[in-house]
Write a protein that binds this ligand. Structure first.
Ligand code: HEM
Length: 382
């Protein structure tokens, strides 16, 4: 589909919408100080009734523009440090083993329910400091709120249970924040509160929205990165053998997962000034979909883009980084955590369940427009 659309250009207008498909063009836009995201917050303010869901969406860090974005992002960077992420490695490895060992020898199980969903959800809970007993409930609530993300059409179809879910989620997080203010712990939420103390203060809405955003961004996309990628890898038994033997570095496999099966298909932006690409002028003040998944399959950036080939990341010169975590001011805060989780999940999977194979059925892909994911990933483990 992307190849077909690209025949009309790397930047094009289709059914009234502006689309950017090229890697170089997407990078140029994402890096430009003339791109804005705040219109998305405005859209939620306009379409949602007053309440927790509207507060959360209208204050989400990825929908903020400077100077608010710069202020909130600086605070996240102070708390979400590389050291905090690196320290999670032993926890992630132990968790993966603990979840995978009981699956040995199983026939036709769903690896997403049993593993790919569990790991990121438990890790982000551990990182933020959500007590174990509350994790499952919070994950369900946050998944429901995430249904508000994406195409305007999804939102206009009606917010479903998302509004009530956001109320419950915020009530919970408000209490947890109050508790951490009274008694700080060694977790990301306490670190955010401490960073807030010695910088410009976040409003209560911003703080709640940030905690909810980190919680939801932390599990769904990482689950999809791992399971979408594994579905591309597992059918190629020769490649699986090489990955298992360690002849292809795990980091290269994860980079190819990111490129080949991009979980978040696009980000939306507006320009404050028109921008020209090869004779096409992208106008100011109109929504533009920067299609990260198409940029990651751009033949001008990646030779044989539709081939799943982790080795491309081991050859010199190294290809352009995939745009799966976006680029520029809104580059994903959790990228290094997501890479660490997916890499550890893959290594532990092949160590504990070396004989894993896909159950031979069509893969149940789910597209929301914004996200591409699998409903289930059925495997035999022995
Ligand atoms: C460990 C888990 C993760 C956490 C905690 C996390 C968190 C975040 C946050 C807070 C932002 C907003 C940054 C900003 O606006 O300044 C963000 C942006 C983003 N994240 Fe993640 N993320 C995670 C994993 C992922 C994964 C696995 C993907 C996909 C491969 C992903 C894709 C993105 C994209 C595309 C953006 C840019 C959104 C935009 O520009 O509008 N994230 N992430």
């Amino acid at each position: 589909m992307f190849a077909q659309a690209r025949a009309s250009g790397q930047v094009l207008q289709s059914s009234g919408s502006w689309l950017v498909l090229g890697h170089a063009e997407a990078t140029a836009l994402l890096r430009s100080p003339t791109t804005r995201s705040g219109f998305i917050a405005d859209l939620y303010r306009e379409l949602l009734p007053p309440g927790a869901a509207r507060d959360e969406m209208a204050h989400r860090v990825n929908f903020l523009d400077p100077p608010d974005h710069t202020r909130v992002r600086r605070l996240v960077a102070k708390a979400f440090t590389p050291r905090r992420v690196a320290e999670l490695k032993p926890y992630v490895a132990a968790l993966c083993e603990q979840l995978l060992r009981p699956l040995a020898g199983a026939r036709d199980i769903d690896l997403i329910a049993a593993f790919a969903h569990q790991v990121p959800s438990l890790v982000i809970s551990e990182l933020l400091g959500v007590p174990i007993a509350d994790r499952e409930r919070l994950t369900i609530l946050s998944d429901r709120v995430s249904e508000l993300l994406g195409l305007r059409a999804n939102l206009e179809r009606g917010p479903g249970g998302a509004l009530e879910a956001a109320e419950s989620l915020h009530t919970y997080l408000r209490a947890l924040i109050a508790e951490r203010r009274r008694t700080p712990a060694d977790d990301l939420l306490s670190a955010l509160l401490a960073a807030d103390e010695d910088s410009e203060r976040l409003s209560e809405d911003e703080l709640l929205s940030l905690a909810a955003t980190l919680y939801s961004a932390g599990h769904r996309t990482t689950r999809d990165l791992f399971s979408n990628g594994l579905a591309a890898l597992l059918p190629d038994r020769a490649l699986v053998a090489e990955v298992r033997a360690g002849s292809i570095p795990t980091a290269a496999v994860i980079e190819e997962f990111l490129r080949f099966e991009t979980p978040t298909h696009y980000v939306a932006r507006m320009l404050t000034e028109p921008m020209e690409f090869d004779g096409i002028t992208l106008p100011a003040n109109e929504p533009i979909a920067i299609v990260l998944a198409a940029a990651n399959r751009d033949p001008a950036a990646y030779p044989a883009p539709d081939r799943f080939d982790p080795r491309r990341w081991t050859r010199a010169p190294e290809p352009h980084p995939p745009l799966s975590f976006a680029f520029g001011a809104h580059f994903c805060v959790g990228a290094s955590l997501a890479r660490l989780e997916a890499g550890t999940m893959l290594e532990t999977l092949f160590a504990v369940l070396p004989e894993i194979t896909l159950v031979d059925t069509p893969l149940p892909w789910r597209h929301t427009g914004l996200f591409r994911s699998l409903e289930t990933l059925r495997v035999h483990t022995g």
